[in-house]
Design a protein around this ligand. Structure first.
Ligand code: SF4
Ligand code: SF4
Length: 364
């Protein structure tokens, strides 16, 4: 039920603009991973022209981050065109998650390498045997090879891993791999039981309440180990909530409320808009309304206030308010300096790459 909006909350929201637009671009996938049901959703793509016009509208509204989402985004042949367009009109941060299988093509990589605002995160759930058991034979090698190629072209890269029963004892190997590949950020994300096919045996992936202490201990160890290896755990601030979430299904909300609905506009493949990835309430369809009326509409305002007042259902997704769990001044300062240092080093690497390319070309 939507809650009444107080005057002060109305003031807080007036004149707000989104930081990000997240558009579901495809429901096609080239894998049939055991812990996921989304590859069964059919083979739809969000029409390219509509994506481009939504990007224009979102930019006008103030968004500077673009989070394409869906199943395997590189199933779309026009993916580079969409990303280039977003970069060209001024989006400063474009984040893609991929299983890595279709990335390793020289022409594609050459195009992606020119998109300066792009960050590509490849899913890796464990060492080869664990990853391939979940996702299919040969997938690990191809994903790692794509990560290497992205690195050779100085593309900003990350790894995302799911914390679940088959992986929890092996995630230190992913930290080792990130360190070896000089990948600075790893996102550890708790398994989401809503991603399973109804009727699937949840105990294969999920945990029981009596395992809470064990999960907590393992995650503490992983955080410590990542620190030793100088790998940043992007979701580190959420880790203290993961054990109760996985073992008892407790859905947390950041202590000062969740700001996702205030910052992000989520559009699904049918054009319906949502306040976040976990609340599927439709705020209006982009084929019938413009983004500005949806963003400034009552349904969005009420959902945003409900999240700020900690009255939303709560969740623990990597797309939830990760910073909202990290409210200590020193923690915020540390995360800010970590990110700035990472961005700066990527910027310098790319500049040098451009100069190297120029001199190599000039010498020919
Ligand atoms: S987890 Fe990702 S790669 Fe695997 S089937 Fe689901 S959408 Fe495809
Ligand atoms: S459900 Fe999750 S992402 Fe959505 S508003 Fe609540 S805490 Fe934030």
């Amino acid at each position: 039920m939507l809650l009444p909006v107080s005057n002060s909350r109305r003031d807080l929201l007036s004149g707000s603009s989104p930081d990000a637009i997240a558009i579901e671009l495809t429901s096609r996938c080239n894998l049939h991973c055991k812990m996921c049901r989304f590859w069964k959703r059919g083979d739809k793509d969000f029409p390219c022209e509509k994506v481009l016009s939504l990007l224009d509208e979102a930019y006008e509204l103030g968004a500077r981050r673009f989070d394409p989402w869906g199943t395997e985004l590189f199933m779309r042949d026009d993916m580079p065109e969409i990303l280039e367009y977003a970069d060209r009109i001024g989006f400063r941060n474009i984040n893609i998650v991929s299983n890595g299988l279709l990335l390793n093509r020289p022409e594609l990589l050459d195009r992606l390498a020119k998109i300066r605002s792009l960050v590509i995160t490849v899913s890796l759930d464990g060492p080869e045997a664990v990853h391939d058991e979940l996702r299919g034979p040969g997938v690990f090698k191809q994903a790692v090879s794509s990560l290497r190629e992205l690195g050779h072209r100085n593309l900003a890269r990350g790894i995302a891993s799911i914390i679940m029963r088959p992986t929890i004892n092996h995630l230190d190997k992913i930290i080792d791999l990130a360190a070896d590949l000089k990948i600075e950020t790893l996102s550890l994300q708790p398994f989401n039981r809503n991603f399973l096919e109804p009727g699937c045996d949840e105990t294969l992936f999920d945990f029981s309440p009596r395992e809470e202490k064990m999960i907590s201990k393992k995650l503490k160890y992983l955080l410590k180990y990542a620190k030793q290896k100088r790998v940043i755990i992007y979701t580190g601030s959420m880790m203290k909530h993961v054990a109760s979430y996985l073992a008892r299904g407790v859905n947390p909300i950041p202590p000062r409320g969740c700001r996702v609905p205030l910052k992000t506009l989520v559009v699904d493949i049918a054009g319906n808009t949502h306040p976040c990835f976990a609340v599927l309430r439709n705020m209006g369809n982009v084929n019938e309304m413009n983004l500005s009326s949806i963003w400034h509409g009552d349904v969005h305002r009420k959902a945003a206030v409900s999240a700020i007042e900690r009255k939303c259902p709560g969740c623990l997704m990597a797309c939830s308010d990760v910073d909202g769990y990290d409210f200590g001044i020193m923690n915020n300062f540390r995360r800010m300096t970590d990110r700035t240092a990472g961005r700066l080093s990527r910027h310098i690497e790319r500049r040098f790459q451009t100069l190297r390319d120029f001199f190599v070309h000039a010498g020919k």
